[in-house]
Write a protein of this length. Sequence first.
Length: 278
Amino acid sequence: MEVQQPSYILMKNLLYALSLSLILLSCQKNQKNGVTYTPRVLTATEKFNESQPAADSVFTIYNYNSGNDKEVSGEEAFQVKFRDTAVSIQKNKANAASTDKFAFAQFVNTQKTALLVQAADSTGATTQFYLLALKGGKLDVVSLDRPSAGKQDATSVPGLSKVGRSGYLVNNDFFITNVNAQAYLIKRQNANERIQGEFILNSPDKSTLIFLSPNSLYQVHYPSDESFTEKLSKPAPQSAAAISDWIRENFTWEKNKKGITYLKFSDSDRIVDIREFS
């Protein structure tokens, strides 16, 4: 039987060690570069409120490309890590373009296992929104986007509106609650377009969103997916301050038989159609 020479054994061990180093280096590089996720589309109301699997958060928010392992706030661009890996999102199914740079990143549940993020890129486009959430021990990436053919889409995109402490309204199409990260699809006034109006108010019970359009107040009770349109006899004021006074002087909050609160024109001579409260 031939006995292996010590030099041969040494060379074999060196090659093994070199191969192992290359594998580890490759893994570290992949972690640094991140993983690209293809988002799914939110098609129904969902809750994203899974508990942390350990004491440390599965998500960390960093200054973009800062290399500093500390949380940030303010106007900076952000980067998000899921465990030890930077998150990158494929923005369009038609091509491989992706982004790991976010203009906005905010936890939307007390467990800190769900993040609302807004993509940012070199063109300054900041209208794509996503939910990043822990689900079944893995990262679930959800796109908050619905096709729209609205007349105002080319010139006006609603973007993100913070609705008090209740949550976030995304492009007049989604409402994401704080505390438990429940995501609602907002019922549209017309099915093929996002609500073509400006969000101006939330009801006292924090359940009805009010949108001002040129000829009406479109109102959505998002927990039940019911809606009501209050026609306007005259155009609303243009400034935010004037709108507030105009609503206070001309409208009151009323509940229908289902307990849903809507904003109604407070005209003492108005003839009320009982179908409004059916």
